[in-house]
Design a protein around this ligand. Structure first.
Ligand code: SAM
Length: 334
C-alpha cells in the first residue's frame, strides 16, 4: 500500500501495480516525449515509434485500472519531426488508446498555448508553440467542476463585450428608424435599446441581441413563445446574454522556469492547478506516474489535494522532494 503525499523512486509501470483498483481521482502526467531526451533510461528512448506507443498504452491501461469510475486521466504529450515530417505522436497515442480501450472516452484535446516557446526561428517551418492535454474518462459520470475552470480569467471585467454592445447599439438604432414599426413602437424600441446598451457598458450583462419585426428571423426554441408575443405586440424583442465567458479548450501560459530547476521539461504548475480545480474535489487523490521535478505535487499542495508520484531518475526524485520541502504559497513558486 502506497502512502499519500510521497514520491516513489522507480519504474512507474511496476510501481503502479501496488495501487488498488479505482483508488485515484485524477491521473495527470507528462510522459517523456519520443526520442527527445535521455532521462537515464526509462520510457522515451525506444527505437521505433510503435515500441514507444506500446509502452505508453501499457501504462494507460494500468492508469485506467487505478482510476475511480468518476475520475479522469490527463496525458500531455509532445510531438516530434522525423525526416522533415511531423510524426503526430500525441494523436497516434490518443487514437490507439481510444481504439484499444473502447470504454475510454476522450472528452477533450485541450491545447496548451506556450506564450514563450523556444525562440528558434526555422527557415522552412513555423515554431511549434502548442501541445495537447488529452482528457480521458472511464464513464459519463465523471466529476466535472466547470465553474472552477479558468475562474481567475473570468474575474476580468467584460470590457470587450461592452464595446460590442456600443457598436451593436448604433446599428440597431438605424434598423429601428428604417423598420415598419409604428412611431410609438419605434420610440419604445429606442428607449429599451438605450437601457440595454447601458447595462452592457456597465458590465451587468455580457452582451445582447435585438430582433425587429420584418427585419430579423423570428426566434424559435425554448423561450421563443414569449419573444414571439413581444415581437407581435411591440415590434421588437431584446435578448440579454448573461453568464461567464465561454470555457474554451485552450490554456495559455508561459513555459515554466523557476529558480534552481534541474529538470529540462517542466510543465507549468498553473496549468496543473486548472485541471485540479476542474477534475477533482478538495482532498482528492492525484497520481503522476512521471513526476519529474514535482510540478504536479506542488500544484496538489497548493490546492489541498493529496498526491502520489513515481519517478525513475533518483536525482529528479531528490530535487522534487527538495522543491516540495522548500515551497511556500508564494506566487514565485507557481
Ligand atoms: C517530461 S518529464 C515530466 C516532467 C514533469 N511533468 C515536471 O513538470 O517536472 C518525464 C519524466 O519521466 C521520467 N521517467 C521516464 N521513464 C520513467 C518510468 N518508466 N517510470 C517513472 N518515471 C520515468 C523521466 O525521468 C522524466 O523526469
Amino acid at each position: 500500500m502506497l502512502v499519500h503525499n510521497q514520491i516513489y523512486c522507480g519504474d512507474c509501470v511496476e510501481l503502479i501495480r501496488d495501487l488498488p483498483d479505482e483508488s485515484i481521482d485524477l491521473v495527470i502526467t507528462s510522459p517523456p516525449y519520443y526520442q527527445q531526451r535521455d532521462y537515464g533510461g526509462g520510457i522515451g528512448n525506444e527505437t521505433t515509434l510503435d515500441q514507444y506507443l506500446d509502452r505508453l498504452i501499457t501504462l494507460i491501461e494500468a492508469c485506467i485500472r487505478v482510476t475511480k469510475p468518476d475520475g479522469s486521466i490527463v496525458f500531455n504529450l509532445g510531438d516530434k519531426y522525423a525526416a522533415s515530417s511531423l510524426l503526430l505522436v500525441p494523436y497516434r497515442f490518443a487514437i490507439r488508446a481510444t481504439e484499444q480501450f473502447p470504454t475510454l472516452r476522450l472528452v477533450n484535446a485541450i491545447t496548451w498555448v506556450k506564450r514563450n516557446p523556444t525562440p528558434r526561428q526555422f527557415k522552412r517551418r513555423l515554431v511549434s508553440s502548442t501541445e495537447p492535454f488529452f482528457h480521458f474518462v472511464k464513464t459519463d459520470d465523471y466529476y466535472y467542476a466547470i465553474d472552477q475552470f479558468l475562474a481567475i480569467q473570468d474575474q476580468r471585467p467584460l470590457k470587450s463585450e461592452s464595446k460590442v454592445g456600443q457598436n451593436l447599439g448604433k446599428r440597431y438604432f438605424e434598423l429601428i428608424a428604417n423598420s415598419d414599426l409604428t412611431d410609438e413602437q419605434k420610440q419604445l424600441a429606442r428607449t429599451e435599446l438605450q437601457k440595454v446598451i447601458l447595462e452592457a457598458q456597465a458590465g451587468q450583462i455580457a452582451g445582447f441581441r435585438m430582433k425587429i419585426r420584418g427585419l430579423h428571423a423570428e426566434p424559435f426554441g425554448g423561450q421563443a413563445g414569449g419573444r414571439q408575443i413581444q415581437l407581435a405586440k411591440n415590434g421588437f424583442t431584446i435578448i440579454r446574454i448573461y453568464g461567464n465567458p465561454l470555457k474554451r479548450d485552450v490554456i495559455e501560459t508561459p513555459v515554466e522556469t523557476f529558480k534552481g530547476s534541474q529538470h529540462p521539461a517542466v510543465y507549468p504548475v498553473k496549468l496543473v492547478i486548472e485541471f485540479l480545480h476542474l477534475l477533482t474535489r478538495p482532498g482528492g487523490l492525484v497520481l503522476d506516474p512521471f513526476m519529474g521535478s514535482g510540478s504536479t505535487a506542488v500544484a496538489c499542495k497548493l490546492t489541498g489535494r493529496d498526491y502520489l508520484g513515481f519517478e525513475l531518475n533518483p536525482d529528479y526524485c531528490q530535487f522534487a522532494e527538495q522543491r516540495l520541502k522548500s515551497m511556500t504559497t508564494q506566487p514565485n513558486l507557481l
